[in-house]
Design a protein around this ligand. Structure first.
Ligand SMILES: Cc1cc2nc3c(=O)[nH]c(=O)nc-3n(C[C@H](O)[C@H](O)[C@H](O)COP(=O)(O)OP(=O)(O)OC[C@H]3O[C@@H](n4cnc5c(N)ncnc54)[C@H](O)[C@@H]3O)c2cc1C
Length: 454
């Protein structure tokens, strides 16, 4: 181990290599429950591309595993350290190198915090749309690693749609440049896209060219209450079928609404079975909201309350962003992330409720309803072995249901450790074999974030 640290220090400032076991333990895992992890041999904080290259050359020479880490807000164990590894934290590579309003791009280092990029883009009249609820803490590198989504993806799409080009340090230390900084470009295989959602298993992202959009007008949001999740899902389908283009369409069930009220006294209606938030950032959001409010009423909404201004709208968004932390206060949680076609959303939510009853567990649901992307959160007592086993079984039942309904086991959080057995089921044998072969091309020694995905 001291050989490893000595070799790392040959190309890094002393303070960039941390061996202290207490500090190392703090970099052991992300925010997923139920996933194994180990204390890394060393935590390294590079500040330049050359330093990352030195780390990877050293790791290749000594055959030491490397786990890239952003802010470790991930929910699948994908950033968890493995025994004897280098935890490679990119948080100090956090500069926005360029923001170009003509080409509408940002060139950034991987440790830039998502919300910092959004604020910087806003100062130029631009926006960086992908907005995970963790945006104040997660990094762009982590967003690329997981292929993160967020609240406004129903209109603007997910991280993959905004990554134009990447600089990646490969496991042997070579620097790979993928993609482009032009508006168009189709030269060769799309390696950029391959790295989005690769969960750090192919290389270390050290720079990214990201597409920006003109800043949209302020968003107005409406809250609609429903006596059943079925009716709320009927409203979601009606809004989409009518051709509306909402910038937000989120759902919270009773358990979630109550948890948010208990945490932050938001005054949300906590007797409702489902609260639907729909937003528009169009030129005339008030009339879009009026039309959508009518569709909600036709679907059975008991109450429809449009926000009167962007301040009130932002409060509703805040409430939605608190959903996961609020549910987390109810006990130990396992956060699922199953996406189904919108047309099957009602069946998905009914199925999750049934699974909760069958396994005698509380399962709160919040969902990016416009994307069909549900986050059923299984709440349990980790000290109770039988209950923990039921929690894991219910989590699996939720994924099985998602696949049955034509969906995917993960809409945005990734596979990591949490869902690796399920990836094989979703991909099938041919898909799985080819993905393993792709991994071997980039990482023949298998040192890049080993044990994740497959
Ligand atoms: C309260 C809360 C709300 C959340 N809401 C959302 C949401 O709305 N939408 C959503 O998609 N997610 C959400 N998440 C999950 C999480 O924030 C995202 O997955 C985020 O993209 C992780 O970013 P990170 O910087 O924390 O990355 P980490 O968790 O540190 O890493 C994630 C993955 O990326 C890899 N990685 C990190 N940096 C690099 C790099 N430079 N090069 C190569 N690989 C790298 C890691 O190895 C790992 O596989 C939420 C999490 C919390 C706690």
């Amino acid at each position: 181990m001291s050989d490893l640290v000595d070799r790392l220090r040959e190309g890094l400032p002393e303070a960039a290599v941390v061996q202290d076991p207490d500090v190392a333990a703090a970099y052991q895992q992300d925010m997923a429950g139920f996933c194994e992890s180990a204390v890394p041999a060393a935590v390294v904080f590079p500040e330049t591309v050359e330093q990352v290259q030195h780390v990877m050359r050293t790791a290749t020479e000594l055959r030491v595993p490397v786990v890239p880490q952003g802010a470790r807000t991930g929910l699948s164990g994908a950033a968890n350290a493995v025994a004897g590894c280098i935890a490679l934290s990119l948080v100090k590579m956090n500069r926005i190198l360029e923001l170009d309003p003509v080409d509408r791009i940002a060139v950034v280092e991987p440790g830039v915090i998502n919300a910092d990029l959004s604020r910087a883009a806003a100062r130029h009249g631009l926006s960086y749309p992908p907005d995970p609820s963790s945006w104040e803490s997660c990094t762009v590198g982590g967003n690329i690693g997981t292929g993160a989504g967020g609240l406004c993806c129903v209109k603007y799409g997910v991280t993959a749609e905004y990554v134009l080009g990447l600089d990646v340090v490969l496991p042997d230390g070579r620097l790979l440049r993928t993609g482009r900084r032009t508006a168009k470009g189709v030269a060769g295989y799309d390696l950029t896209r391959l790295f989005v959602g690769a969960e750090g298993t192919l290389g270390v992202v050290v720079g990214a060219v990201l597409a920006l959009r003109p800043a949209p007008p302020p968003q107005l949001v409406l809250a609609a209450e429903f006596a059943s999740t079925d009716e709320a899902c009927t409203a979601v389908c009606a809004v989409m079928a009518a051709g509306h283009v909402p910038s937000l369409m989120e759902l919270m069930d009773t358990t979630t609404v109550r948890a948010v009220n208990a945490m932050a006294q938001m005054g949300l209606p906590d007797s409702t079975a489902a609260l639907l938030l729909v937003g528009f950032d169009s030129l005339d959001p008030a009339s879009d909201l009026a039309a959508v409010g009518e569709l909600c009423r036709e679907a059975g909404a008991t109450e429809v309350v449009p926000a009167s201004d962007s301040g009130e709208s932002e409060l509703l968004l805040q409430a939605r962003r608190l959903a996961l932390p609020a549910l987390d206060r109810l006990g130990t949680t396992m956060i699922d992330d199953v996406a189904v076609p919108r047309t099957r959303l009602a069946e998905m939510l009914a199925g999750v409720a049934r699974i909760g009853r069958d396994y005698e567990l509380t399962i709160g649901v919040c969902a990016h309803a416009g994307d069909g992307n549900t986050h059923p959160v299984v709440v349990f007592d980790a000290k109770d072995e039988a209950e923990s086993a039921r929690a894991r079984a219910s989590f699996d039942a939720i994924m099985a249901l998602g696949l049955e309904l034509g969906g995917t086991i993960t809409g945005e959080h990734g596979v990591g450790l949490l869902k690796k057995e399920w990836l094989a089921r979703e991909l099938g044998p041919v898909g799985l074999e080819l993905q393993r072969q792709v991994k071997a091309v980039f990482d023949p020694l298998g040192i890049m974030n080993p044990g994740k995905l497959f």
